[in-house]
Design a protein around this ligand. Structure first.
Ligand code: PEP
Length: 253
């Protein structure tokens, strides 16, 4: 089963547009449910009414969660709140949240709180840029270590990593990553996990790829890149292109 996560970010702007996109995405999820699990990570303000209208087949996810249960945190939402609306997944450590100050320690705390509430954390990791000497590997290594060292071994199979090279994300991306770059990094990620725990555990953790994925390049990150699924930003807001992507993925799953 391929995991296809749509990250809607701060869109759509209106509640009616959000509901319409959710309904279209639900249709896509129904059509390809035998081979693809689709999760829409939507702005938290849209979660209550969309999760009320959309039930089953399409999974609703959050985009961020507070790293603590302390009530005095203006503007934030807790894992318990997400759980009370039936949210199944939540992105943590997205590069845009890290840019706003989210630390590795907070990513770990959020992950633990989500696991307590039986919400699957989708933990984003990835380097800002690559260098010829390979120093970028140490950035990714320390992001993985801060999570894997802090989670009980039995819980590790419940987390999902999303490798998102920051230089390949969004409309300002320097370029698309190649499937070979994706494969090498996924091997590296599993090796780092395996050195901390063991190979068996490392192999049970799902690792997604994200960064300028579209209906043309999506399958290559699965087939050649070795990813267990995809984290998709812009394309998840365009139901036609998202459906094309789902269709191509269903043919290779
Ligand atoms: C993202 O922001 O997680 C992302 C992958 O965006 P895009 O697909 O638009 O590059």
């Amino acid at each position: 089963m391929i995991l296809l996560i749509g990250n809607w970010k701060m869109a759509p702007k209106k509640s009616t547009e959000a509901l319409s996109l959710a309904k279209k995405t639900l249709e896509i999820a129904r059509k390809y449910k035998k081979s693809i699990k689709i999760v829409s990570c939507i702005p938290s303000i849209h979660i209550p009414f969309i999760s009320k209208t959309i039930k089953n087949t399409l999974y609703i996810g959050g985009q961020s969660v507070s790293a603590s249960t302390e009530e005095a945190q203006t503007g934030l939402i807790s894992a318990e709140m997400l759980a009370s609306y039936g949210t199944s997944h939540c992105i943590v450590g997205h590069s845009e949240s890290r840019e706003r100050g989210e630390t590795d320690e907070q990513v770990l705390s959020s992950t633990l709180l989500l696991l307590q509430k039986k919400i699957t954390p989708i933990i984003c990791i990835g380097e800002k840029q690559r260098d010829a000497q390979g120093w970028y590997l140490s950035t990714v290594k320390s992001q993985i270590e801060s999570i894997v060292l802090g989670i009980p071994k039995a819980q590790l199979k419940k987390i999902v990593f999303a490798y998102e090279p920051i230089w390949a994300i969004g409309k300002n991306a320097a370029r698309e990553a190649t499937p070979v770059e994706c494969r090498e990094m996924l091997i590296f990620i599993r090796k780092v996990i395996s050195d901390i725990v063991d190979i068996k555990t490392a192999n049970t953790i799902s690792i997604l790829y994200g960064g300028s994925v579209n209906e043309q390049n999506g399958t290559s990150f699965i087939l050649e890149g070795g990813a267990n699924g995809l984290l998709v930003g812009r394309i998840s807001l365009d139901a036609k292109r998202f459906e094309q992507l789902a269709k191509t993925l269903s043919l290779v799953s």
